[in-house]
Structure formats: C-alpha cells, structure tokens
Design a protein around this ligand. Structure first.
Ligand code: HMG
Ligand code: MG
Length: 310
C-alpha cells in the first residue's frame, strides 16, 4: 500500500499518567501526577488518560484518582479519560467529572482472570450497567481489549477471539475500541491482520492501536496499523509503564517516538513534540527512572549540545 493511503491526521491518546504510572511500585506523589497531566494538556493532547477508579487493593498507585482529577487544570477541548471496572468506579468517575470512561477486558480468558478476576463473559456482564450509565450521563465510553496480539499466560490469541470481543463491546455502545498489545509481542503483519478483521465489524475510524514496546516492534506496528487505516494511537510519555499482570512487559510505546514517526510521515497531531520531550524528562527525573524514549533521549542530548555551544 502506498503512503498516499496514510491518514492526514492522527489522534494520539496520552496514557502515561494511568497506564504508565500504575505500574510504579513506589507511590508517586499526587502533586507530580497532577503536574504531569497539566504539562501534557499544555503540549496539546486532545485526549489524556488521567487515572483509574479501580480497587486500590489491586492497583494501589491509582488510589488517589479523585485527587488527581480535582487538581488538574482542564484544557478546553481535551478529553480526560479514566478507567472504570465497575459501577463503583463509574460513580467515582462521574463525581470527578471525567469526560470518558474506559471499560477494559481481554481477548484471552487467562489474562481476564488475572487482571480483573473474572471470565471475559462475566466482565462484559459487569460492564453492562457501566455502559448504560455512561450513555445516560452523556459520557463517552471506550472499551479496551488486552492481549489482542498475544497473552502472557495463554500464548497465541486467535483473531476470532479479538473480533468476538470487539462485537460485544460494540453492542455495549462503545464510542471507541482499543486493540491492545499488552505484552508487545505483535509484529506488523499480525497487526494488520487483527486490525483489518476488527475493522470488518466496527468502524475503523473509531478503532485505536494500543501498543507496548516489549519486543521493540511498537513503531513498526503503528506504521502497519496506519497502512490499514487506523488513525488513533495510544502512547506513554518517556515510555512509562509496564503491566502489573504481565511480567516483563515494558511500557507503552513512547509518545515522543510516535510523534517523531508521525511528523516524519507528514501526519498532523496538533501536539508539540518539544514540549512532550521536556515532559518526558520531567517525569523520568521526578520518579527516578531512565527515560525510555529514544527520540526523547536524542532530542534532549541535542538540546544540551546546542545550549552548551551557545
Ligand atoms: P474483586 O476483588 O474481584 O472484587 O476485584 P471486589 O468487588 O470483591 O472488590 C475488592 C475490594 O476492592 C473491595 O474492598 C471493594 O470494595 C473494592 P473490601 O470490601 O475488600 O474492602 N473495590 C473498589 N474500590 C475502589 N474503586 C473501585 C472498586 N471496586 C472494588 N472501583 C476489580 C475486581 C475489577 C474491582 C479489581 O480486579 C480491579 O479493580 N482491577 C483493576 C485492575 C487494573 O486496573 N488493571 C490495570 C488496568 S488494565 C490495563 O492496564 C490494560 C490496558 O492498558 C490495555 C492493555 O495494555 O492491555 C487498558
Ligand atoms: Mg496498556
């Protein structure tokens, strides 16, 4: 397929404050989480996944979700999303004035049990009231499908299982559905196969690619997904993260790397790459982690060189 088929504009959803930070063992102060979201808002993201309203017993790092939502400065036009596994989480999201709630399930039975302690079937049944309540409240509803390209417990995940979950989430009224490579095992040809199969049952402009970079394939997979017509991607500033229920999984693909790729392809995002690079530097230092973005590290080194020779 030629580059002329690439989308002209892409929505990059920043998930670092949630998917990135949820995996940090040491508690990250709420003020740092708020500063992170504010910097991302200022960089121009139209959609930021800000926090989760999940059980603090399962994910202690997200226990301050209400305080994060209360403390951030909302940029007009930006959608602030939160994860809501059940009605309790939904009520928290409404009280916090979230713009979008995210229900999350898996294409693999084994992962569903480990992540949300129930079968895929049970998880969909649990989401029904959440989905109904979201629609009644006029909130956007997003569905996320983990392990769409492979599972840490079950291995291979059939394309048909992913398509089946897409249909179920579509029936719940999801505005957007994420196809997530939770453990970053996918490769470009499999990515296209899965994306194109999902697009046969759900509008492609409302499907998104959520890639983790464990095997270093994420930007290649994004390029493959772009060629299939996907125009929404999730990423995490400085490549923050991992998954508490997928051992060895690295973070989401780094936002800086995705923006550099898109910029090189002439695709608009409305996001200021330099501001994101500085934000990646800020959060890496704040939580004492090496910056996992190659583009971030390269651009920071160049900025230091320029500053030193000025
Ligand atoms: P459970 O233990 O089966 O259910 O958890 P429960 O109802 O017995 O709840 C356990 C305790 O949590 C109870 O407290 C509840 O009250 C409390 P206790 O009575 O023992 O004192 N509780 C809550 N507290 C606050 N907010 C809530 C809430 N719900 C229950 N909303 C449950 C089931 C789904 C709640 C749990 O498994 C859970 O919260 N899981 C969250 C897991 C999670 O956040 N995983 C990471 C996000 S998914 C992800 O990262 C993948 C994604 O990025 C895509 C990809 O890359 O694949 C999206
Ligand atoms: Mg994830």
């Amino acid at each position: 397929m030629s580059a002329s088929h690439l989308p002209q504009r892409v929505k990059v959803v920043e998930v670092g404050p949630r998917d990135g930070l949820q995996n940090e063992k040491q508690p990250v102060p709420t003020a740092i989480k708020i500063a992170l979201v504010d910097r991302l808002s200022a960089a121009g993201f139209a959609n930021i996944e800000a926090t989760s309203f999940v059980s603090p017993k399962w994910v202690p790092q997200m226990a301050d979700g209400a305080d994060v939502m209360a403390g951030i400065a909302r940029r007009p036009g930006t959608i602030y999303s939160v994860l809501t596994p059940n009605m309790r989480g939904f009520e928290g999201a409404v009280a916090a004035k979230a713009d979008e709630v995210v229900i999350f399930c898996a294409a693999s039975e084994a992962f569903s049990q480990r992540n949300i302690n129930c079968s895929i079937e049970e998880s969909i049944a649990r989401f029904e009231p959440v989905a109904r309540a979201a629609k009644d409240a006029g909130l956007r509803l997003r569905g996320s499908i983990s392990c769409a390209l492979g599972c840490p417990y079950q291995g291979e995940v059939p394309v048909a299982s992913v398509v089946d979950v897409v249909k179920r989430l579509a029936a719940l009224g999801c505005d957007e559905i994420d196809i997530a490579d939770t453990i970053g095992v996918g490769t470009p040809s499999r990515t296209r196969e899965v994306m194109e199969a999902c697009a046969s049952v759900f509008p492609i402009e409302r499907l998104s690619g959520h890639f983790h970079d464990t095997y270093g394939q994420a930007t290649a997979n994004i390029y493959a997904a772009l060629l299939s017509g996907i125009s929404i991607f999730h990423s995490s500033v400085a490549g923050l993260g991992g998954c508490p229920y997928a051992k060895g999984a690295t973070g989401n693909v780094a936002t800086e790397d995705v923006l550099y790729l898109l910029q090189g392809l002439g695709i608009e995002t409305g996001i200021d790459l330099e501001a994101v690079v500085h934000t990646g530097d800020y959060i890496s230092q704040a939580i004492g982690r090496p910056n996992a973005s190659r583009v971030g590290r390269a651009m920071l080194a160049k900025m230091k060189d320029v500053a030193a020779s000025a």
